[in-house]
Design a protein around this ligand. Structure first.
Ligand SMILES: Nc1ncnc2c1ncn2[C@@H]1O[C@H](COP(=O)(O)OP(=O)(O)OP(=O)(O)O)[C@@H](O)[C@H]1O
Length: 230
């Protein structure tokens, strides 16, 4: 369970507060108006934004003071963050450490992950020689191979067309669930939440609300989200 116990994260001068828990292995959609603090919530959990109050724990262990790279967190961003001078294989290999020449065991894991995301045959390509969807698949492979309990997704597929976006979201959640991950994803599309999420965390004006079952939230939204959803 991820516990945000009266937590406040600061993004520049912007405070985001949260006081709730997220069940392990659940899929949580984070929705709310632009500028409300959705990315700040994810960045705070990942350790990119300062935590100025409260206690953040994962499975009972405090992680608030743990450096980002050592948190149980893998993150998928909108821009994919692929290194242009490295091949797909090398980009994905970075999930396992700095070596670009992994041993046979690691090599097998990388190739297996590339197959799972549908990139077999493209391992030696550079990102510029991939389509947008294929680049997203490479970033997904790297995030999954990191083997971290929490997968945070900040609208990673929003630059793709609607059908491809849906396919990538479905694939990400399917593979993350199969790997036993807990998924927290920002989306601007309530339909995404209904399709893949168990619960919704609404974020409005610097406050993240406790997760509610996705259908309940959308059928009977808290006051702060009525205008946003209508
Ligand atoms: N570096 C910064 N310094 C000061 N304020 C910032 C900084 N970055 C973001 N903010 C402010 O923090 C608030 C929350 O931003 P955040 O990116 O978390 O919102 P969001 O809900 O993810 O928005 P969007 O849906 O538009 O991506 C915004 O009002 C934004 O202007």
């Amino acid at each position: 369970m991820l516990t945000l116990d009266k937590v406040t994260f600061m993004n520049g001068g912007f405070p985001l507060s949260a006081d709730f828990t997220i069940d392990a292995h659940s899929v949580v959609a984070v929705i709310g108006p632009s500028g409300a603090g959705k990315s700040t919530l994810l960045g705070g959990i990942a350790g990119f934004h300062e935590q100025v109050a409260g206690r953040l724990t994962w499975r009972g262990a405090a992680i608030g003071a743990v450096p980002p790279a050592q948190r149980p967190v893998a993150m998928l961003f909108q821009d994919n963050n692929l290194f242009p001078h490295l091949t797909v294989f090398q980009n994905v290999a970075l999930a396992l450490g700095p070596s670009l020449r992994p041993d046979a065991g690691a090599r097998a894991r990388i190739m297996d992950m590339l197959a799972q995301v549908g990139l077999e045959g493209l391992a030696e390509r550079k990102p510029a020689a991939l389509s947008g969807g294929q680049q997203s698949r490479a970033a997904l492979a790297r995030a999954l191979l990191q083997d971290r309990d929490l997968m945070l997704m900040d609208e990673p597929f929003s630059a793709l067309g609607p059908a491809l976006k849906d396919r990538m979201l479905d694939l990400s959640v399917e593979l993350a669930k199969a790997a036993g991950r807990t998924v927290v994803m920002v989306t601007h599309d309530p339909d995404d939440a209904v399709r893949v999420a168990d619960t919704i965390v609404g974020v409005a004006a610097g406050r993240a609300f406790a997760p509610q079952p996705a259908q309940d939230f959308l059928r009977n939204p808290p006051e702060a989200f009525i205008d946003y959803l209508s």
